[in-house]
Design a protein around this ligand. Structure first.
Ligand SMILES: O=P(O)(O)O[C@H]1O[C@H](CO)[C@@H](O)[C@H]1O
Ligand SMILES: O=c1cc[nH]c(=O)[nH]1
Length: 252
């Protein structure tokens, strides 16, 4: 797709131009759609297609659409691309990432950019093209994060395609290999890893839209310990609030 391409109805998300707002929240887990809807006025749940769940509602006067893509860069960029074609120009991915020290489990990690170890972003621009978050969106996020009490870090994410090959080692030699990769990531000063950010940042830039990622760090890179359920539920509520307030504060 080029900047001029548009459509009135999205093939995979299954929604039309009139169904969406002017900013989008991209979520991985479909279960989070019903929960973020509680933070919107007049939420309208759109018919689910291929497991892609969407809700549109209003936050402080701004019409916002949240769509769940599942996991991984290929489907996340399909969702961004379709929403772009329907007219949306602002995208914020919210979800979870692995914590790279000094970022710790339970803290927020905000992507200013991302190391492109995914394959999908290459289909938008060659590897020399940087994956950079939108400055205005990140300024609004920084302001809102500064008003809260949860610790947060801003910096570079690493985005990988292989969950059990590059991110989370189950056992044995594979786990050791992934452990060395983590040490290297830490040496480079990355703050978190996920499976979508670099692809979304590159796709949005190339298309002419703004994008960023804000996550809760939920897994410790070295011990692979996960956040507890109640701590995650609490962090998720704050994540929704920060994300929606920052989007509402942005000029259209
Ligand atoms: O942000 P959520 O949906 O939690 O997604 C994160 O968890 C999944 C598995 O690692 C990946 O999709 C990753 O980015
Ligand atoms: O380990 C993790 C946790 C969340 N998201 C990821 O991509 N990896």
């Amino acid at each position: 797709m080029t900047k001029e391409e548009t459509s009135d109805r999205a093939w995979y998300i299954g929604v039309g131009r009139e169904d969406v707002g002017d900013a989008a929240i991209l979520i991985g887990d479909p279960a989070r759609i019903a929960r973020i809807a509680d933070h919107l006025e007049d939420p309208v749940f759109l018919p689910e297609n291929r497991g892609l769940r969407t809700v549109t509602g209003v936050r402080a006067g701004r019409r916002v659409t949240a769509t769940a893509f599942g996991m991984g860069a290929p489907i996340a960029t399909i969702v961004l691309h379709e929403l772009y074609a329907l007219g949306i120009r602002t995208f914020l991915r919210i979800g979870t990432a692995m914590a790279i020290p000094p970022a710790a489990v339970g803290e927020f990690v905000l992507a200013d950019g991302a190391l492109r170890a995914d394959g999908t972003s290459d289909t938008y621009a060659p590897l020399g093209y940087p994956a950079i978050a939108d400055f205005a969106l990140n300024t609004a996020l920084r302001k809102r994060l500064g008003e809260g009490s949860r610790r947060w870090h801003a910096g570079i994410f690493g985005t990988y395609d292989g969950f059990y090959t590059e991110m989370f080692g189950l056992s044995g030699a594979r786990r050791e290999m992934i452990g060395s990769l983590k040490k290297d990531i830490e040496r480079m000063g990355l703050i978190g890893t996920d499976m979508e950010t670099s692809a979304l940042l590159v796709a949005a830039r190339v298309l002419g839209a703004r994008a960023s990622t804000l996550c809760v760090a939920t897994v410790d890179a070295h011990t692979q310990e996960k956040i507890g359920e109640s701590a995650m539920a609490e962090a998720e509520v704050e994540l929704f609030e920060v994300a929606l307030d920052a989007l509402a504060a942005l000029p259209a």
